[in-house]
Design a protein. Structure first.
Length: 540
């Protein structure tokens, strides 16, 4: 009977990875961290289980975070309850809501053991993982799961372990009481400790959620807000670290190595994130700590020399970089009603596109200026704006317009430049969603094909047929050399413009793509599932 039971459990252990074509970290997913639930140490990394962002990896000898392990590497879930590294086998064990995952190289090729197939009560929640000389132990509260250390086969369910010498990873405790030794540690970066409470540099009280003593005198304290304090028990000094986003549903970001990343607001959203692409460093701009920055969803952003403008719903939050000061402009200043979908910088003004029309705001006084053709776009959804050689290009659901500012003339794209090559089909183009300029070429996305306008020869052509991306609604577009990337509600299309070959990346961790940016070999993707980094040149 025991043999049959074990065989059934073997069949329920599944193997998973996103796609064998890619190396482990060709795709990387960053999310809002949430609370720190569990900590363990391996050979080279401390592994930190988070509420929303998978497993963070802190390099033990370089004092920095490396790429996290998430569903992009094959984990069952980004919400991780417990983590444990077994020194004798080198296997990393991870527990989430419905499964226990384990990897022999602690990075990829994850095996999954479904908890509902183990005999545990269906409401059981894994609190902690540990190991003895012979077994892996899963603490599920009222019972303990006993697993083979290598195969992950269930060896039994017990009310208490039948072994005494068990090493454990840390567990999350709702009302964690730190040891008196840890309460006497000195904390840096403006933080303070008052008994069992930590107080950040803004005076906010943050509760500890878990702590762990490592093998080399390292000390780790995980906090409810995602901060991780790391130090050693000799110097008794703790340094705060953060890794991840202030929001998970990413709507837009600025296109630079140092990016401002924004998203939709919900009860978990903390604010805006500044992210350095090369150094993988995150800085937080929290709603709670900034004057004149109120909690809200943001949908578009533009950075000028002196300011950053963040478009919300019928409102714009403006940050002055030199004065470190926030202010708002709203409908009383001429900001159009509706969601601010796009912004474009002119010489002295910022053009504002919304779901209910178009406006032009002065950079200096932050008030609307007169637009002669404004009424013709009233209540019309503006999807994107771009300044091209002083002219304003306007993408809407119905048409593509070009405003010649010098001659104060508004043109439909069908009457702008040489259109002979598209004359037979230009009447069918609708749902203009994104405008992308690179050099002298302007690319315009629609559900009926990708158009290209060459500024030098004033000529139009169709560069990508809709069949290459199944006529999907395009949210965002980027072109590099012969490759075109289209972000949709269900992943990313990578299309070779020269030969028409296309590939859809619709992995579940990608989600709905809202914004993209390319720097060298990195494609940065903002989606409703987080911020994704893809090493696109490795897989051409």
């Amino acid at each position: 009977m025991k043999i049959i039971f074990s065989l059934l459990l073997i069949l329920n252990i599944s193997f998973s990875q996103p796609d064998s074509r890619f190396d482990t970290f060709d795709w990387v997913l960053y999310r809002q961290t949430g609370s720190i639930n569990s900590i363990t140490e391996g050979y080279n990394f401390a592994y930190i289980a988070t509420e929303n962002a998978g497993i963070l990896r802190f390099h033990l000898y370089q004092n920095r975070f490396d790429e996290p392990i998430t569903t992009a590497q094959g984990l069952s879930d980004n919400q991780v309850h417990a983590v444990y590294f077994d020194y004798t086998t080198g296997i990393l064990w991870v527990a989430s809501e419905n499964s226990v995952d384990y990897s022999y190289n602690a990075e990829e090729n994850w095996f999954h053991l479904e908890l509902n197939n183990t005999g545990l009560h269906r409401d059981a929640r894994v609190r902690q993982i540990g190991s003895s000389a012979n077994y892996i132990w899963i603490n599920a509260g009222s019972s303990y799961l006993k697993l083979d250390k290598v195969s992950g086969i269930v060896m039994g369910i017990l009310p208490l372990p039948d072994e005494d010498d068990i090493n454990w990873g840390s567990e999350r405790e709702q009302y964690l009481e730190l040891s008196n030794t840890l309460k006497n540690y000195f904390v840096t970066e403006g933080w303070m400790v008052n008994g069992n409470q930590f107080i950040d540099q803004f005076g906010k009280i943050v509760e500890p959620s878990t702590y762990y003593y490592g093998k080399n005198s390292n000390v780790y304290i995980g906090m409810e807000d995602g901060t991780i304090f790391i130090g050693d028990d000799q110097m008794e000094i703790l340094y705060p670290y953060n890794f991840g986003l202030n929001s998970t549903n990413i709507t837009a970001f600025t296109k630079d190595e140092d990016s401002w990343i924004l998203g939709e607001y919900d009860y978990k959203t903390e604010g805006i994130t500044k992210y350095n692409l090369r150094n993988k460093e995150f800085q937080y701009v929290d709603f709670e700590n900034e004057v004149n920055l109120n909690p809200k969803s943001f949908y578009s952003v533009i950075e000028t020399n002196n300011e950053v403008w963040f478009g919300g719903k019928s409102i714009i939050s403006i940050y002055n970089k030199k004065k470190d000061y926030w202010r708002e402009s709203n409908e009383s200043n001429g900001v159009p009603d509706g969601i601010i979908t796009a912004m474009a910088e002119d010489t002295s003004s910022i053009w504002i596109g919304s779901t209910r029309g178009l406006a032009k705001l002065s950079k200096i006084i932050k008030r609307a200026e007169q637009i002669d053709f404004g009424r013709s776009l009233s209540l019309r959804r503006i999807n994107d704006l771009e300044i091209v050689d002083g002219n304003l290009w306007i993408a809407t659901d119905n048409t593509l317009l070009i405003f010649d500012q010098k001659n104060n003339s508004l043109f439909d794209f069908k009457k702008y430049g040489y259109t002979e090559s598209i004359d037979q089909r230009k009447g069918v183009f609708t749902n203009f969603s994104d405008i992308y300029q690179i050099g002298s070429e302007i690319f315009i996305s629609s559900s009926h094909g990708i158009l290209k306008y060459n500024v030098k020869n004033d000529n139009w052509m169709i560069v990508v047929e809709p069949s290459s991306y199944r006529g999907s609604k395009v949210n965002n577009m980027i072109v590099r050399n012969e490759y075109c990337f289209l972000g949709t509600n269900h992943g990313i299309w990578q299309i070779n413009i020269e030969d028409g070959n296309s590939q859809l990346y619709d992995f579940s961790f990608i989600g709905s793509v809202q914004d993209m940016y390319i720097q060298d070999d990195i494609l940065l993707i903002g989606s409703d599932n987080g911020l994704i980094k893809y090493l696109w040149k490795k897989n051409l």
